[in-house]
Design a protein around this ligand. Sequence first.
Ligand SMILES: CSCCC(=O)C(=O)COP(=O)(O)O
Ligand SMILES: [Zn+2]
Length: 214
Amino acid sequence: MPMNAPLPYDPIRLRHLAGELITNIRELGHAGWTPATSSNFSMRLDDQHAAVTVSGRNKTKLCEADIMVVDFDGNPVATELKPSAETLLHTQLYRRFPEIGCVLHTHSLVQTVASRLFAPQGHVRFEDYELQKAFVGNTTHDDSMDVPVFANTQDMHELAAKVEAALDKQSMWGYLIEGHGLYAWGRDMAEARRHLEAFEFLLACELKMLELKR
Ligand SMILES: CSCCC(=O)C(=O)COP(=O)(O)O
Ligand SMILES: [Zn+2]
């Protein structure tokens, strides 16, 4: 982009989103869900751009300089900064679902252990939990809910293709990646946080049930 060219996004909206991202990401970092610089986060800026975390930053100390703009192909916009290595997993959701406003990815202990334990089945099934109602579209604990578990890979195009195929088959608010962590999303930050926290709690319940049944 030539110097002095007007920005292709609204910088005031970016500042607003960055503030919301920073507050929430630091909280998740302090909860221990983003160890060793892991995890990445984003919010929709407009119909072509997202605000996303810069790769490799400490999430407990995140500041405005750690948030940058990408287009929906994952390319940096008006910056030399390097976006999250997993940016494509965020932008594919913004591109496909105009209503999605926020994508959160964390590496909590519960998420990581569950992702390994349930990988052979390819999904985790939640059944008969009242907390399933935390997910948009679930009105009763009676519905069962399958959360996909994808094999981990460093090839984001390959992983994004698997996510696309799953989205063609089922509606979902998140998925696990084996030995890696959890992706969750929502129409705004509050909804994405609620989904993320519901996944964490329900996965912890499933792990506890397995432990007690041994
Ligand atoms: C040290 S964590 C390995 C990469 C990862 O899984 C992650 O979530 C963080 O990657 P980013 O490029 O977003 O910092
Ligand atoms: Zn990750």
